[in-house]
Design a protein around this ligand. Sequence first.
Ligand code: SF4
Length: 369
Amino acid sequence: MFSDEIKQYDWDDTTRAIAAKTAADVETALSKERLDVDDFMALISPAAVPYLEAMARRSQGITLRRFGKTISMYIPMYVSNACTNHCVYCGFNHDNPLKRTTLTMDQVKAECEAIRRLGPFENLLIVSGEFPALNGVDYLERVLHVARPYFNNLTIEVMPLKERDYERLTHSGLNGVVCFQETYNAARYGVYHPRGMKSIYEWRLNGFDRMGSAGVHKIGMGVLIGLEDWRTDVTMMARHLQYLRRNYWRTRYSINFPRMCPAEGGYQPQVVMTDKELAQLTFAFRIFDNDVDISYSTRENPRFRANMMKLGVTSMSAGSKTEPGGYVSTPDALEQFEVSDNRAPLEVAEEIRRLGYEPVWKDWDKIFD
Ligand code: SF4
């Protein structure tokens, strides 16, 4: 389990090691074909800032070789904002007195149909809060069955599950699981997740092992940028990704760096990551792991997404509504986070084409299940 492996890495030592990186360390990293985590730390360090152009070129070259001129398109479908957790940064947290909605199967079907009218999406990300009595495994299984005829590729972003539940859902059309550790800082994790199942750091951390053991085809990872020192957090995630690749080598991986937006409830990010820093991180990750899918959501604005599309990013969401039922109507339920790119999916696709890239709506077929 990764909870054992991570014990050998001290948070503060990692922070200090990144801060101590020099220009020579960056040049050494850039001279290598295969990078280790130490090299990755050099590329995300302040010492690498003067090398951003060289990093961008390298990241672009690798991305072109591995992925071609393509951007994979996906769309989230929020099915429930009922949640027993108390994440201090999230508008859906249990203490927030908002109207809770868990879609019925008829509503899920209507959402699927509304999404298909927006564009030829085949990659659907099903998102839910954590309220096992309302949106637990039985519910998720029913949602998968309803969504299956409409989409070839179904991914869930829900509470961490038991291994046998992941396995069960793979028999109902589940192809991928996204789960954000939020922060790898075990000592501070409880400050952000004070109560509920999500407060159990190791249960979440080891969820990735359970996904791998259950044979989930694609695993998505991420840390929430805005909680702890982002450089240390992404270094821990790089170690985690390496560990997963070693142990579950048949699985494909994607990463995401969600930058925190102010949520209803007013939580303000502790750490702000600039566009330039996000670009540096994206280049560094691409150079470190040539094959990982790097995803940008509609949290990022259109101009930045367009710039980064050619330099390392390989998948994007479009047209996202982050409240349950949001595609059929404009419900009174609140959004989980504010969307910065409000363009229609076909507009995003058109821009991708204009920039010389191909939007890919389908990269998986039911037949592979
Ligand atoms: S981040 Fe997820 S688990 Fe936490 S309160 Fe929001 S919906 Fe619930």
